[in-house]
Design a protein around this ligand. Structure first.
Ligand code: P6P
Length: 323
């Protein structure tokens, strides 16, 4: 089934508004354009090159960060999007459209990986328009999802009325997103975790204790061996979890400026946590569900601990034990 037909069925069922449907379709068109841009990256222009600028959160901007954002903004201007809340912008962009939907985007997540040909992606969150365009709590999103640009271009997303996310793969021969698999479900148990272990000396007690049990394998409290993956691109690690389970942790740590970790609540943690909960997993900042957090500013960070329910339940209990 093509994406367009999938969306039309939701429209026909009255489960989504036409504004939301139009925005998802235009985001898909933008992702196709970004795919085509990436395919010539390094041939026509080094899109992994630094622009010499930094975004609002201090991340060095790459050429493809800027190009991806331009492509998305251009495509959204033909929709009922009232504001665009972008990782690359200090403040929300008012589009001038009298729409009821705000769209938060990480135009290109993992851009430091472009220069080394590692999967990157676009993360998006659709929210009800608010007067002061500060983002809503993640639980109130209208829809959310992300594209990955890797060996394949893929999409996973869910509408608020969906009981599970759905995955799609881009058929580049026809520039069509085609549904793959059925409703996505994250198994409650796992042996696979994603964390940047280079920061272990900086972790706080709950994560350190959990990792101690994990690394103890058969002899540890969890009684089984685990394996580790860390791509350095959240969309790539998250996509793997939606395909074969697992957990992802970017916790807060005692490095300067990292008390709340590295990832941003509005356009990274909320959209992916929305999908994780709909897939039967859990997404926490430690003691709280990420989707219950009320954003106070566009670029605020949050610790992100998400995935298989059994492991996240253990981690939540450890955070309560030490709080
Ligand atoms: P570190 C990419 O820059 C990103 O925002 C996420 O996509 C990724 O999971 C994380 O940062 C990687 O961070 O500290 O391992 O480089």
């Amino acid at each position: 089934m093509q994406l367009q037909e999938y969306i039309n069925r939701r429209l026909a069922d009255g489960r989504i508004a036409s504004d939301v449907a139009t925005i998802i379709n235009h985001l898909a068109d933008a992702a196709i354009a970004i795919t085509q841009t990436i395919r010539v990256s390094g041939i026509e222009k080094d899109l992994g090159a630094e622009t010499g600028a930094a975004n609002a959160d201090g991340d060095e901007q790459k050429a493809l960060d800027v190009m991806a954002e331009e492509i998305i903004i251009t495509h959204l201007k033909n929709t009922a999007t009232s504001h665009i809340l972008s990782e690359e912008q200090d403040a929300p962009i008012a589009t001038g459209q009298d729409g009821k939907v705000m769209v938060a985007i990480d135009p290109l997540d993992g851009s430091s990986n472009i220069a080394v040909n590692v999967t990157v992606g676009t993360i998006f969150s659709l929210m009800p328009r608010q007067d002061a365009p500060v983002a809503c709590a993640g639980r109130d999103q209208l829809a959310a999802g992300f594209f990955t640009y890797g060996p394949q271009t893929t999409l996973i997303f869910a509408f608020a009325s969906d009981t599970a996310p759905q995955c799609f793969i881009l058929d580049e021969r026809h520039n069509q997103f085609i549904a793959m698999g059925g409703a996505v479900e994250i198994p409650p148990e796992t042996k696979e975790y994603a964390i940047n272990a280079a920061y272990s000396e900086h972790w706080f007690a709950p994560v350190r204790e959990w990792m101690g049990h994990v690394l103890a394998g058969h002899d540890g409290a969890y009684g089984k061996p685990y394996r580790m993956r860390w791509v350095g691109s959240m969309v790539a690690d998250a996509w793997r979890i939606f395909q074969r389970g697992g957990v992802f942790l970017y916790p807060g740590d005692n490095r300067k400026g990292y008390a709340d970790g590295r990832l941003r609540l509005v356009y990274e943690a909320n959209p992916i946590s929305f999908l994780v909960e709909k897939a039967g997993g859990m997404a926490i900042n430690g003691c709280e569900d990420i989707l219950d957090l009320q954003p106070q500013s566009l670029h605020q960070r949050t610790p992100v601990i998400l995935g298989a329910k059994q492991e996240i339940t253990r981690l939540k209990a450890l955070h309560y034990q030490y709080r």
